[in-house]
Design a protein around this ligand. Sequence first.
Ligand SMILES: C[S@@+](CC[C@H](N)C(=O)[O-])C[C@H]1O[C@@H](n2cnc3c(N)ncnc32)[C@H](O)[C@@H]1O
Length: 309
Amino acid sequence: MGYYHEPVMLREVLNNLNLINGGLYADGTLGGGGHSEAILNMIGQTGQLYGIDRDKDAINAASKRLAKYSGFHPIWGNFHDVRNLLGGLPPLDGGLLDLGVSSFQLDSAARGFSYHESAPLDMRMDQLSGEMASEWLANAEEHEIANALYKYGDEKWAARIAKILIERRKQSPILNTSDLVSVVDAAIPKAVRRKDEGHPARRTFQAVRIVVNNEIEPLETTLNDWVKLLKSGGRLCVITFHSIEDRIVKFAFRKMQSPCICPPKAPICTCGLKPFAKVIAGGAIKPSNEEVQSNPRARSAKLRVIERL
Ligand SMILES: C[S@@+](CC[C@H](N)C(=O)[O-])C[C@H]1O[C@@H](n2cnc3c(N)ncnc32)[C@H](O)[C@@H]1O
């Protein structure tokens, strides 16, 4: 299977980045390189784009696709380490984070993200480091699993799924995607399942993936790091697909715009925290109906934009 991923909200991202000819940009989630290619096409021959991904397959595929652009620089790494990865460069004109997993990752059965086919339960975006989902599920306590499913998957049946998982793993380890699907299947009564909620294991798989890849905890600090690497007037676009992520982005952006922590009635500011960015477009930008129709994976996408002062 070739690497593919339809870039989400491409037009909205390009419009909001205020791209300039010869500018310096960074894409923290290179994936299939769709957003990056469109940016490279708009910043001219002297423009530069650093594309980061923690997935070696994505780096290899995007490097091939974008080899014709002399201003493209792939980096295999974690966008949470952006200060180390890009800190040595001049301030950036713009950045993009298109969070989550790519269609390629989701649909490559062997990567273990999919509940449709049986494969080893891996789910790591970076296949060469960290704990696989099967390892986390083998060692986590019942309450840790239940909390994760509730918090990151919005799963009402979290406690029951965790309980059954612990019982099952005493008999045999949860090693494959089909083992996890069968735990969820046993935990959620058939009578309460709704067709419009999709596959019953969807929420569990999403939550486990978020834990395995530590997608949420470092996010607020990371957003600050990205914005501080921008030059004045430079913009960061962030696309989220999950309400928890979107809330973090929304509040992190608000804090950058209004960081003062003095009591509201204090006559003057004494905390010394000064705004260093301003939120663009107010609320979240959503994909058009046409886009959602042609690419259902865009349906939960939200784009937020911030500009460095
Ligand atoms: C939604 S896809 C991006 C798709 C891309 N915008 C395109 O047009 O093809 C997300 C990508 O970000 C990568 N990714 C997710 N979290 C990451 C992180 N913390 N550091 C680096 N890459 C990450 C994933 O491996 C995946 O390839």
